[in-house]
Design a protein around this ligand. Structure first.
Ligand SMILES: Nc1ncnc2c1ncn2[C@@H]1O[C@H](COP(=O)(O)OP(=O)(O)OP(=O)(O)O)[C@@H](O)[C@H]1O
Ligand SMILES: [Mg+2]
Length: 346
């Protein structure tokens, strides 16, 4: 664990990011210290990726600032910008789309050295690349293989190895394990933690699954509708969540143990019922995901209006409920979470 007094490397202050009239990130404050694992959790659309995008300089900042080692990242000169791009790396969700299928693993791992420059001669690149594979527990022989020959979990290992190629100080992981099976998720999270311990790299780890971060994060930040609704040391957030929304996220997190899963489902149901009390009376039935119509402009508009009702939906379980206009559906990876992007439109 890094000490609480270690140096702040990333300092986000009053950050706002807009898409047209939508304020997707709204006055977010967040700090990442050297070697720290900070997890940002929140349901789909809460602004997590937009925050990550701003930190990676992929999104324009409307208000507030992001500083890296005290320097405003929007004001970096060419050389400083190159340093920033070396120091701050990213691993994204899609292990199939993020690696160019035409490049060998060696080409993929050495690409950062081609683009950003390397501190060592080209003759050493293969040895260095083998070392990167070793760090993510893949054999040297993988160097001459191609991305299509690997599983999703192995591809994420390769993406992580690439993120380490430049001895990065911070890796922004946006749903980096969400597309993977639960047991593989755990392996990758364990790997990231081991890498942090060995290399001192800090992680800004973004996920919609709060359960995943419990033994992993040093600090947790919970986002909802672009705002931070809860933030604190992991134990504090888990043991004494202040916000109802945090409790909902906890209950919505999938568990491998069927007993724990049942308990969570029950807790989730209870929270849903509590939320439902305020709902009005238009009955809607969802028998299967196919019953959910595509998102209409009107539905989109009503999704913006917050309805205090949450449902969980799976492929097998139908849901019947009464609600006013909008339904928010919470679920973990593999639990038909894409439903989150749609809305019941009676
Ligand atoms: N390129 C874009 N143009 C317009 N609106 C966008 C764009 N990207 C995201 N949004 C909107 O901004 C809000 C925040 O989106 P964002 O992708 O940051 O959420 P998220 O928390 O990462 O969600 P998810 O868990 O689904 O990845 C959402 O309302 C989304 O619809
Ligand atoms: Mg996202």
């Amino acid at each position: 664990m890094p000490s609480v007094v270690s140096e702040v490397i990333l300092d986000v202050e009053g950050l706002c990011v807009d898409y047209g009239r939508l304020r997707a990130v709204d006055l977010v404050n967040l700090q990442v210290r050297k070697g720290e694992i900070v997890c940002v959790v929140g349901e789909s659309g809460s602004g997590k990726s937009t925050l990550a995008g701003a930190a990676l300089r992929l999104r324009r900042i409307a208000e507030g600032s992001i500083r890296f080692h005290g320097q405003d990242i929007t004001k970096l000169k060419a050389r400083q910008l190159n340093e920033y791009r070396k120091a701050v790396q990213a691993v994204f969700q899609d292990p199939f789309g993020s690696l160019n299928p035409r490049l060998s693993i060696f080409d993929i791992l050495s690409e950062p050295w081609v683009i950003q420059g390397s501190d060592f001669p080209k003759s050493e690149w293969r040895v260095r690349a083998v070392d990167l594979l070793k760090q993510v527990e893949l054999p040297p022989s993988d160097l001459d293989r191609y991305p299509t020959e690997f599983s999703g979990g192995q591809r994420q290992r390769i993406a992580i190895a690439r993120a380490l190629a430049l001895r990065s100080e911070l890796i922004v992981c946006d749903e980096a394990v969400s597309a993977l099976d639960m047991s593989v998720q755990r392996q990758i999270v364990d790997l990231l933690r081991a890498l942090r311990a060995r290399t001192g790299v800090a992680l800004l780890f973004i996920t919609h699954d709060l359960g995943l971060v419990r033994d992993f994060a040093d600090r947790v930040i919970v986002m909802k509708d672009g705002k931070v609704v809860e933030a604190g040391p992991t134990a504090q957030v888990f043991d004494a969540p202040q916000h109802l929304y945090t409790r909902m996220l906890m209950a919505a997190s999938p568990a491998q143990d069927p007993d724990i899963q049942r308990q969570r489902r029950a807790a989730f149901h209870e929270l849903s019922i509590n939320g439902e009390k305020e709902a009005a009376r238009a009955p809607v039935r969802i028998r299967s995901p196919g019953d959910i119509p595509p998102l209409s402009p009107r539905a989109q508009a009503s999704l913006q209006a917050w309805a205090p009702l949450f449902l969980s939906a799976t492929r097998r379980v139908g849901v019947t409920s009464e609600l006013p206009r909008a339904v928010r559906i919470l679920g973990g990876a593999g639990e038909f979470v894409s439903v989150l992007h749609r809305l019941v439109n009676p």
